[in-house]
Design a protein around this ligand. Structure first.
Ligand code: FDA
Length: 393
């Protein structure tokens, strides 16, 4: 078995690992990136529905969850969305703003992966796939074993991401490795993930699958004004993905289905002005007709407004402002966009991403306990933390 050495060895050729390789290579460091999967950047390719929501123009520390909400500030301030946009423009990748500052490729996510690989090539960083690793010794020099060789390196960077989408090669390897070293790891769970329901609640929601409505949705301290999507298993759409990051099993989710309306006032006024109108007709002015009809069928029948007492109006409003539901769970890592939790930020320098107790060992990207909201923030964290480490490896 051959033995080689390199300045910087990065485990994981995802968003964070590739960005770190570019930054380190640009400083003249020799860099190798190893990944056990058959292709680099698989999550980049599948992201944003194939168009990669590569950053968010409004990205800031408030868009992240972490046991230490201050940790992400340093890296985010040193590599901003505008820095990544400059890279995108340098490679003439066409892009557009979809909504709320979210930037997507016009063509395909491949454009982002190709630009990262082109930058790696330009700085001489090699990206190698099909390469599982074992850490033999921590130094520096650190020694890493692959099936073909042992590699000594001054800096070892863990950029192996989280558990989400195991069929894409995601593993908890980085978390396990950190734990084995005695580093604290914040409890992990699936986030940015649809909710599932069971039994009677699921039966009630049947027939609504495919309908999308504007909401203001809340779980614990997370509130988002986004669309909800009814599915055959439960509730999804950006509103549910966002609040799933704040939700704990057994807790309710509160969904204001008429975020700009005062339904009580509206129904009382219309009871006077249009007494013969049916409740479902009025609700259908705000919701898709199928939803308004199903909602009435489920809980109120088909009364005219004249038939509604004040108490009946209160009951109707309780099913909409907010509608409170108790999910049975989430779809889990199978469909989650991210893993919340990870390597405790107390173990790392926010300036360099280096482990405080382990010189020359760095953790970047999703493996760290920093999780972004939906909308390009997770990639911005991958770029910023990769860039931060890339200055010091
Ligand atoms: P990432 O998971 O990208 O890379 C880790 C790499 O390490 C992988 O290549 C993996 O194969 C490798 N690896 C793992 N274990 C290993 C081991 N033991 N040995 C060697 N290699 C190993 N975010 C966003 O901002 N905008 C978006 O549009 C989307 N869309 C989106 C869609 C879907 C379906 C998912 C699942 C996720 C998103 N995300 C997103 C989230 C985003 O993809 C995620 O936050 C980043 O990819 C994290 O980057 P990392 O480099 O940290 O991990």
């Amino acid at each position: 078995m051959s033995a080689t050495s390199v300045d910087v060895l990065i485990i994981g050729a995802g968003a964070a690992g590739l960005m770190c390789a570019i930054a380190a290579g640009a400083r003249g460091r020799s860099v190798r990136v190893l990944d056990h999967a058959n292709k680099p950047g698989k999550k980049i390719l599948m992201s944003g529905g194939g168009r990669c929501n590569f950053t968010n123009m409004h990205c800031g520390p408030d868009n992240f969850l972490s046991a230490n909400p201050h940790f992400c500030k340093s890296a985010l301030s040193r590599y901003t969305p505008w820095d990544f946009i400059a890279l995108v423009e340098k490679h003439e990748v066409p892009y557009h703003e979809k909504t709320l500052g979210q930037l997507f490729c016009d063509r395909s996510s491949k454009d982002i992966l190709n630009l990262l690989l082109a930058e790696c090539e330009q700085v001489g960083a090699s990206v190698e796939t099909h390469t599982p690793v074992e850490i033999e010794q921590l130094g520096p020099p650190h020694r890493v074993r692959t099936p073909q060789e042992t590699i000594d390196c001054e800096s070892l960077v863990i950029a192996t991401g989280g558990y989400s989408i195991p069929r894409m090669g995601a593993t908890g390897w980085g978390f396990d490795f950190a734990r084995e070293l005695g580093l604290a790891v914040q409890a992990t769970r699936a986030a940015l993930v649809p909710f599932v329901f069971e039994g009677r609640k699921l039966e009630q929601l049947e027939g609504l699958a495919g309908i999308s409505v504007d909401t203001r949705s809340t779980a614990a301290e997370g509130t988002f004004r986004e669309n909800l999507l009814f599915t055959h298993k439960g509730l999804s759409g950006p509103a549910m993905l966002q609040v799933s990051s704040y939700w704990q099993p057994g807790e309710p989710v509160q969904i204001d289905l008429l975020p700009d309306q005062n339904l009580t006032e509206e129904l009382k006024r219309l009871r006077r002005d249009r007494p013969r109108a049916s409740l479902s007709t009025i609700l259908a002015q705000h919701w898709p007709k199928r939803m308004a009809e199903r909602w009435c069928e489920l809980w109120f029948g088909h009364p005219t407004l004249a038939e509604l007492s004040d108490q009946a109006i209160d009951n109707i409003v309780r099913h909409a402002q907010p509608w409170t539901v108790w999910p049975a769970g989430t779809e889990g890592y199978r469909t989650a966009e991210v893993t919340i939790g990870g390597v405790d930020t107390d173990e790392l320098s926010s300036k360099t991403m280096e482990a405080k107790q382990q010189p020359g060992l760095f953790f970047i990207g999703e493996v760290v306990d920093v999780t972004g909201h939906l909308g390009g923030h997770n990639f911005q964290w991958a770029w910023a933390s990769g860039q931060a480490a890339g200055q010091f490896v």
